[in-house]
Write a protein of this length. Structure first.
Length: 727
């Protein structure tokens, strides 16, 4: 081993991979000098995902790490081909060259020694003299070896541009042998094709390659990036002047130049510009979003034109169940049963569940098949319990599985009920409507005062505002909910009024605890979670108490609160670190994306029952079903003692604790507060400042999302799909 000190370069071979970060950007490996010598530990960034037997050229220096001791700190590394017989033998046995197994590797090295790889590259016909190598196998070996060399050169090139191994490997897999040409000529195109490469990364690559700032591909990519930013904020389209101004700022280019680029993009159909009226500003869409918006409007109007079913006429309300209905609720049931497309809306406690349960029973008695679905797994589970009928996610019902060869399946039911429609975004809704046959009855159920969908569009709000479909708006609080201060306060908040809380010592179910600082609020939340709510209401903190925070960051954000509550409840138990997330045995967790490999849906909540550190895996109990999630699935799992209000939508919890402080100013909005309050079933405790509470109630501004679905439903804009390149 070299002494600690100056920078050195060595040819080494990987003996063992000790650790690799989640993004592959940092690894710790045990290596040995190929020319001989003792093994040592090397740590740093490597251009490829390493495996045993990989030969590398590393540059760096030996150091004494305060925690890990003596190791080689890698400043630069590149893959190379081995030069010694032992190194070549180990390399060929490693599986890096498909088609060469251990036995053939031995025969090749025995035949050609240190010249083996040169023969494979320059004189491949000589390999025909080796037992087991025929013409077909030789062609395959030459092809694989050539691809491997091209891949190594490409990965080294991408590393030189500052990209990590995971992203570099993704680029190679998506683009292949054309990677160098694509990156040199149009790096911005990577943002469309490769996960993990956004516009800003691609633009930095372009700058390092010396490409011009007014390159046409850069201008087009900048416009697309701004539109994609709009999608992330919920907008389906963007007004042309705002798009040009934002793109010009992003690109540091004059607006006139960007306007010209926009005209070119529209002319080539890369982007589409639509002006609903002669006096209105043009709106610019990505083609896929314009097509989705037009299709949703056309399909909804077409479904509504079908003859209405006659279920309500055949099943008058003479059952004992109907005696408990208010006249408003009975009218709502009849409306759902007699309409081809209808909407059921209302806040908490107004009896939407009762109406829906009776309607489902009436459809079933009439011999109709009913399908119930929601956007998330947790919402679907709650819907099934409320309606007394099986329910699933929309993705599962229609077979909308990412990456599957099938385009989904047609609905096999006469009636489709979609609950929690406020969570339904435009891209999902259009995929659903494409698979709903003519003659199907469609019912949308939701609370328009809750938070809008995470994805683009305002489906429920636009459908209601259009007034084109029969709608039952329930307003009267059902008598079973009377006396609940949670329900009462939810409606008060929705009207812009201050909630009513019991005086200290008085009984109740809705409380406010004043705390002026985030640190004091975090301490109180821990006490409420672990001691006060369990002692007073008998609710188990491990399963029944949910903290909802408006934001991720800060002392009372979800990240800090999850760490605090996990340590308090499960400190000392087996733990797995995954990036910036920690999973302990006993921790509550939430799935954040549909994972069809293990049949766990977005929004499903569970408890970690076992941790396997060696496999980087956890076993989770999801509603009584044990599921093992390893490294390939853990990215979609997150701690869930505390979750954001948005992620809690569609679910209800026995007790809810809500921090509300000035540091949440960006999210101090009425619909955020209202949504959080309506998640609580038995107990709600707000912890924070009166000022933050009042600010939340005052700010009832609902950001108008860019889009023309409302205009299309009302006939004020086209509902014909315009010609789009590639469709």
């Amino acid at each position: 081993m070299e002494p600690t000190g100056g920078e050195v370069e060595q040819d080494v071979v990987v003996e063992h991979v000790v650790f690799t970060s989640d993004d592959g950007a940092f690894s710790v490996v045990r290596v040995a000098a190929e020319a001989g010598g003792s093994a040592f530990v090397a740590a740093g960034r490597f251009p490829i995902h390493l495996a045993e037997g990989d030969p590398l050229a590393v540059t760096g220096r030996f150091e004494e790490h305060p925690r890990f001791g003596r190791r080689f700190k890698v400043a630069a590394a590149r893959p190379r081909l081995p030069v010694t017989e032992d190194g070549i033998r180990r390399y060929l046995r490693s599986g890096r060259i498909r088609g060469i197994g251990p036995k053939l590797a031995e025969r090749l090295v025995d035949a050609f020694g240190t010249d083996t790889l040169r023969v494979l590259e320059d004189e491949p016909d000589r390999l025909l003299t080796v037992t087991g190598v025929g013409k077909a196998r030789l062609e395959e070996l030459v092809r694989v070896f050539s691809e491997g060399k091209e891949q190594r050169d490409t990965l080294v090139f991408l590393q030189g541009l500052g990209l990590g191994p995971a992203v570099s490997q993704e680029i190679w897999q998506r683009v292949g042998g054309d990677t160098l040409g694509r990156v040199r000529n149009d790096p911005w195109g990577l943002a469309d094709d490769v996960a993990g490469v956004g516009f800003l990364t691609a633009d930095r690559i372009a700058g390092s390659l010396g490409l011009a700032g007014d390159h046409p591909a850069r201008l087009r990519a900048g416009l697309q990036h701004v539109l994609n930013e709009g999608l992330d904020a919920g907008h389906v389209c963007c007004a042309a002047p705002g798009l040009v101004a934002r793109a010009a700022e992003l690109l540091s280019i004059a607006e006139g130049v960007v306007e010209g680029a926009l005209e070119n993009a529209v002319a080539s159909r890369a982007l589409l510009s639509v002006a609903p009226g002669a006096e209105e500003v043009s709106r610019v869409y990505l083609p896929v979003m314009l097509k989705a918006e037009v299709e949703v409007a056309a399909r909804m109007l077409a479904l509504a034109k079908a003859p209405a079913p006659r279920v309500a006429d055949r099943l008058p309300f003479d059952s004992t169940a109907s005696l408990a209905l208010t006249s408003e609720q009975e009218s709502a049931v009849r409306l759902l049963l007699s309409s081809r497309v209808s909407v059921l809306s209302g806040g908490p406690g107004v009896g939407k569940t009762t109406v829906l349960r009776l309607a489902v029973e009436a459809w079933r008695q009439a011999g109709l098949k009913v399908a119930l679905a929601s956007p998330t797994g947790r919402a679907a589970r709650r819907l099934a319990e409320a309606a007394g009928h099986g329910a699933s996610t929309l993705h599962k019902l229609f077979g909308l599985i990412p990456g599957a060869p099938s385009e989904g399946k047609t609905l096999g039911a006469d009636v489709l009920v979609i609950d929690e429609t406020s969570m339904l975004d435009l891209p999902l809704f259009v995929r659903v409507l494409r698979r709903v046959p003519d003659g199907t009855s469609l019912v949308l159920v939701g609370d328009p005062d809750q938070l809008p969908s995470v994805g683009p569009g305002s489906v429920l709000a636009d459908v209601l505002a259009s007034e084109q479909f029969p709608t039952a708006r329930l307003t009267r609080v059902f008598r079973q909910a009377e006396g609940s201060r949670i329900i009462e306060n939810a409606h008060r908040i929705n009207r812009g009024e201050t909630p009513a809380f019991p005086a200290q010592g008085e009984p109740g179910d809705c409380f406010f605890v004043a705390k002026d600082t985030a640190e004091a609020a975090a301490e109180m939340i821990q006490r409420l979670f672990l001691e006060r709510i369990p002692a007073r209401f008998g609710i188990d903190p491990r399963s029944g108490i949910q903290v909802l925070s408006p934001m991720h960051r800060g002392a009372v954000g979800t990240e800090a609160l999850n760490r605090r509550l996990s340590e308090a409840l499960n400190g000392g138990r087996k733990t797995l670190e995954r990036g910036n997330r920690t999973f302990r045995e006993g921790d509550r967790v939430m799935q954040t994306r549909n994972d069809y490999d293990v049949d766990v849906m977005n929004g499903d909540m569970g408890v970690v029952i076992a941790v396997d550190i060696e496999r980087s895996a956890v076993e989770v109990d999801f509603y009584g079903r044990r599921v093992t999630l390893d490294k390939g699935h853990l990215d979609d799992l997150e701690p869930a003692f505390a979750v954001t209000v948005h992620k809690a939508q569609g679910g209800e919890f026995p007790a809810v604790i809500l921090p509300l402080l000035g540091e949440h100013y960006l999210m101090l909005k009425r619909n955020v507060l209202y949504t959080a309050v309506t998640r609580a079933q038995r107990v709600l405790v707000i912890v924070g400042t009166h000022r933050a509470l009042h600010q939340s109630i005052r700010d009832d501004r609902m950001t108008r999302r860019g889009g023309e679905l409302l205009a299309r439903l009302q006939g004020r804009a086209l509902i014909e799909v315009p010609p789009v390149a590639g469709t």
